[in-house]
Design a protein around this ligand. Structure first.
Ligand code: BGC
Length: 350
């Protein structure tokens, strides 16, 4: 498994070395237009550490990060982990908006454990609900959080990717989000001129919102991300946080019509990314545990195959909770889902 992991990335490594060399001789990354690597080279196959650090406090949603997971994830054949973090509940509500040092240390140690396994890590800012309800009122605090994070992560290796905000929505949309993205980049870039930064459209990073998303043209180190949960009635059946709860028992058979709907969605992403000349990362996709197992596996495979066909990086939502591919009680992979993501994985490799 490990040899497969090392040999499937030569292009990205070569490209990264070239980019680093160009940067070293002083050619700014803004001149690299036309040599954009694709999302697959950058992020490959991944999984989200969901429901852990983006709960109001770790453990509150029934699951804590387990030190054994990075190795298990790497051994199965993943390249990347995405780490959702709710910084807002660990940050002072008054200026200078200090992040709790113990929490920052906890997150940093989890990042390090994953980097040590040669996993790429996408760390984000997740569930800042007050920002979505009142973007102006929370702008300064949001930027202060990223100023501290950019300092904390300044010496991290290039395998750390920053994602300033998960799923903008509610009042944070359209031009307001485009402008806030530029602002947060101006906070991050002084310490991270060449680090890859991930950002997606408003409306929960839904494909349909892509036409509203604008990336600053001169920043060539941005990856566009989209979250894919379509058809929603299938992926979120029985999910208790979605009210009214959607009826269960709905299959996804992969009919010609269902395949076409998925192709059409992917085409919107491909078109946007081609025009903007940006790598693509499907940073979340998954079907909740209440959906029929065979259909979940079929749908998961269909999304994953499209990502790979179109050279997009992907990260399944999520590891060990309600969408989980791993049973936290036994430490074992859920085989049908793991195989849908990594056909040649060794399910019991632990
Ligand atoms: C949210 C999760 C949710 C998932 C699927 C994520 O972005 O943070 O809470 O389970 O989407 O709805």
């Amino acid at each position: 498994m490990l040899s497969r992991c090392t040999c499937r990335l030569p292009v990205s490594l070569t490209l990264t070395s070239i980019l680093l060399a160009l940067v070293a001789v002083g050619i700014p990354s803004t001149k690299l237009h036309g040599q954009t690597p694709n999302g697959w080279e950058l992020l490959g196959r991944g999984v989200n550490y969901g429901n852990m650090l983006e709960a109001p406090t770790e453990g509150e949603w029934g699951i804590r990060f387990d030190d054994r997971w990075p190795e298990q994830i790497r051994q199965a054949g993943f390249d990347t982990v995405r780490l959702p973090v709710r910084w807002s509940t660990h940050t002072d509500t008054k200026p200078p908006y200090r992040i709790d040092p113990a929490f920052l240390e906890r997150v940093q140690s989890i990042i390090d454990r994953n980097l040590q396994q040669n996993l790429r890590v996408v760390v984000n800012l997740h569930h800042y609900e007050e920002l979505f309800a009142d973007p102006q009122g929370h702008r300064e605090r949001f930027l202060a959080i990223w100023k501290q994070l950019s300092e904390a992560f300044q010496s991290a290796p290039p395998n750390l990717y920053l994602e300033p905000l998960n799923e903008p929505h509610d009042k944070l949309q359209g031009e307001l989000w485009n402008e806030l993205l530029v602002e947060v980049l101006s906070v991050i870039r002084p310490k991270h001129p060449d680090r890859w930064v991930v950002a997606g459209p408003d409306f929960w990073s839904n494909v349909s919102a892509l036409p509203r998303l604008k990336f600053p043209e001169n920043d060539r180190r941005l990856i566009v991300t989209v979250h894919y949960y379509m058809p929603f009635a299938f992926t979120h059946q029985g999910a208790p946080w979605n009210q009214p709860i959607l009826p269960t028992g709905l299959n996804w058979d992969g009919t010609a019509q269902q395949q076409k709907a998925m192709d059409d969605d992917f085409q919107l992403v491909i078109d946007w990314a081609k025009k903007a000349d940006r790598p693509v990362y499907i940073g979340e996709f998954g079907a909740f545990e209440k959906a029929p197992t065979e259909s979940r596996a079929r749908w998961t495979q269909a999304v994953r195959e499209r990502c790979e066909k179109h050279q997009m990086g992907w990260s399944y939502w999520e590891l060990a909770s309600g969408f989980g591919i791993l049973d936290p009680a036994t430490g074992r992979w859920r085989e049908p889902l793991l195989k849908a993501l990594l056909p040649s994985a060794q399910p019991d490799g632990r």
